[in-house]
Each structure stands twice: as structure tokens, then as C-alpha cells.
Design a binder for this molecule. Structure first.
Ligand code: DX5
Ligand code: ZN
Length: 217
């Protein structure tokens, strides 16, 4: 299990300190970009992502919770993103072919992922198993850190994992929202391979210990 702390829960007055901690203990950094339109919240944009890129040593996983994601993919890849996910709902709403957005992400040498909110049927991801590098299954509604884990996410991850088995193609399943040491074991069993953790890591007194627990060490 790879652990991707979400910097949304970090201390914006001293991001460097939190990023050093991520460099030392975690596998990836999860960067939540919100536009106030696709989701009701606004997080941060290019100046912050560029600054993060300057100090981060682990791969940067950019989660786009924005409309028109295709418009910004080149810019985020220039920022140093190693993984970019966009929401299927955004592509569908704009009548864009998710496969084309995946190809666009790949054209910049970046790993591509499709994200879905908890109310999107997980079967909608199945046609893209061959195309993506990873899926991002939201276990809370995208928009805010610190929400409660939605239990029904576990069966959704299991279904996706089952479909991967059927197709004989295994891709990473990243799960995001409300994850901590209490629910990590069930996610691991369901097939989650990357866990995003915001508040459970950054609000802990011993962050290294929480990351180790999430990893299963
Ligand atoms: C929610 C974001 C998450 C969030 C996770 O919209 O996509 O990545 O930062 O935070 P926690 O772990 O606190 O739920
Ligand atoms: Zn996220």
C-alpha cells in the first residue's frame, strides 16, 4: 500500500516543513486542485503547486477537481506532476471523451487516472481499465478534507478489483477521503493500492507512525 498524504491538510504557513516530512516518510504527495465550480471549494493553483514541486522529492499526484481539466493538463505537467487524475463527471458534462483526456495526459509523459465521486456507478470506470494507469475512487464527496469515510466505498473498490481480475489487467486503485489507521485494513483487502490521507496524517502527533500504519508496516 502506497501512502499519499494530502497537502490540503498541511500548514500553509509552513508547507516546506510538511513536505520534508512527506519526503522522509511517504510514497507520494497528493495535491488537491479545486476550482469553486466543479466543487464548492477553492484550494490553490499554479503558484502553490509550482512551489510544492520545488521541494518535493516523491512523485506528485495531482487530483483535479475542476471543470475543463483538459485545458490545464499541460500546465500541471509542466509544474512537475507525475500523476494527474480528472473527474469522469467533468468529462461527461462537457461531452469530452475520457480516453482523449487520458491520451493527452500520457502525451506529457504523466500517469493518467480517472476519478469518480461516491454517487457515480463504479461500472462506469470499467471501459477504461486498459487505458488508465490508476483509478481514484472517492470515499467522500470531493471538495473538503476531514469528512467521514463512506462505508459503501469498500464494495465499489471490490467490484473494480473484480473487473480487473476478469480482464486480467491490474491497475492501481487509489482511494481518497476519510482514510486513517481504523479503516485501512478493509481497504487493503478490497484492493486499494494507494491511499490518500489528509487529516489522519497531518493532524496526528506522530505522523511517521500513522504513515507506517497505513502502509501496513
Ligand atoms: C477531498 C480531497 C481529499 C482530501 C482528503 O476533496 O480530494 O484528497 O484532502 O482529506 P481527508 O483525508 O482529511 O479526508
Ligand atoms: Zn484528493
Amino acid at each position: 500500500m502506497k501512502v499519499a498524504p494530502s497537502i490540503l491538510s498541511g500548514n500553509f504557513l509552513n508547507l516546506e516543513k510538511d513536505l520534508d516530512m512527506v519526503n522522509e516518510y511517504a510514497d507520494l504527495i497528493h495535491v488537491d486542485v479545486m476550482d469553486g465550480t466543479f466543487v464548492p471549494n477553492i484550494s490553490f493553483g499554479f503558484p502553490v503547486v509550482d512551489a510544492i514541486a520545488k521541494v518535493i522529492k516523491v512523485p506528485m499526484d495531482v487530483h483535479l477537481m475542476i471543470i475543463n481539466p483538459d485545458k490545464y493538463i499541460e500546465r500541471f505537467s509542466r509544474s512537475g506532476a507525475n500523476m494527474i487524475s480528472f473527474h469522469l463527471e467533468a468529462a461527461e458534462k462537457e461531452g469530452k471523451d475520457p480516453k482523449e483526456i487520458i491520451d493527452l495526459i500520457h502525451s506529457f509523459g504523466v500517469k493518467a487516472g480517472i476519478a469518480i465521486n461516491p454517487d457515480v456507478p463504479v461500472e462506469k470506470l470499467f471501459p477504461y481499465i486498459q487505458d488508465v494507469d490508476f483509478f481514484l475512487v472517492m470515499s467522500v464527496f470531493a471538495g473538503f478534507g476531514g469528512q467521514k469515510f463512506i462505508e459503501a466505498s469498500v464494495q465499489r473498490i471490490e467490484s473494480l478489483r473484480e473487473e480487473m481480475k476478469r480482464s486480467g489487467t491490474f491497475k492501481d486503485i487509489e482511494v481518497d477521503g476519510g482514510i486513517g489507521p481504523d479503516n485501512i485494513e478493509i481497504l487493503r483487502q478490497a484492493g486499494c493500492t494507494i491511499c490518500v490521507a489528509g487529516s489522519s496524517v497531518f493532524h496526528a502527533s506522530d505522523r511517521a507512525k500513522v504513515i507506517a500504519e497505513l502502509r501496513g508496516e
